[in-house]
Ligand binder design. Structure first.
Ligand SMILES: [Zn+2]
Length: 112
């Protein structure tokens, strides 16, 4: 039987319960015994418990993207420090050249 996680909208108490999917969500909070305030949380493996809807989900995606961007920027700076600014500039130029050359290669392959 699956394990379901619940949160009480009244006292924020969280608990796990095991029951069949056919059974209804518990109505009463075991902590404060308030009825009709119990919500079932969606359990995602590896990510823990999330309860995201609409605006929250969009905000999370946005913050994740921003975090990824700043992480990438950080590691790029670290890489530059390790190599030394001059060498790094050289690599950047090489990368830029490679990017510019790629479409040319594609075109010549199409012809032949
Ligand atoms: Zn409660």
């Amino acid at each position: 039987m699956p394990t379901y996680e619940h949160i009480c909208g009244n006292c924020q108490h969280e608990w796990e319960d095991i029951y069949s999917w056919k059974d209804p969500i518990p109505n009463e909070c075991p902590e404060c015994h308030k009825k009709g305030k119990v919500k079932r949380l969606i359990s995602l493996p590896a990510q823990g418990v999330v309860e995201l809807t609409g605006h929250d989900l969009q905000a999370k995606i946005k913050s994740d993207a921003q975090k990824m961007k700043s992480d990438m920027h950080k590691s790029e700076n670290m890489y530059a420090n390790m190599l030394g600014e001059e060498k790094y500039q050289g690599i950047q130029t090489k990368m830029d050249t490679a990017k510019r050359e790629r479409p040319k290669i594609k075109k010549s392959r199409k012809k032949s």
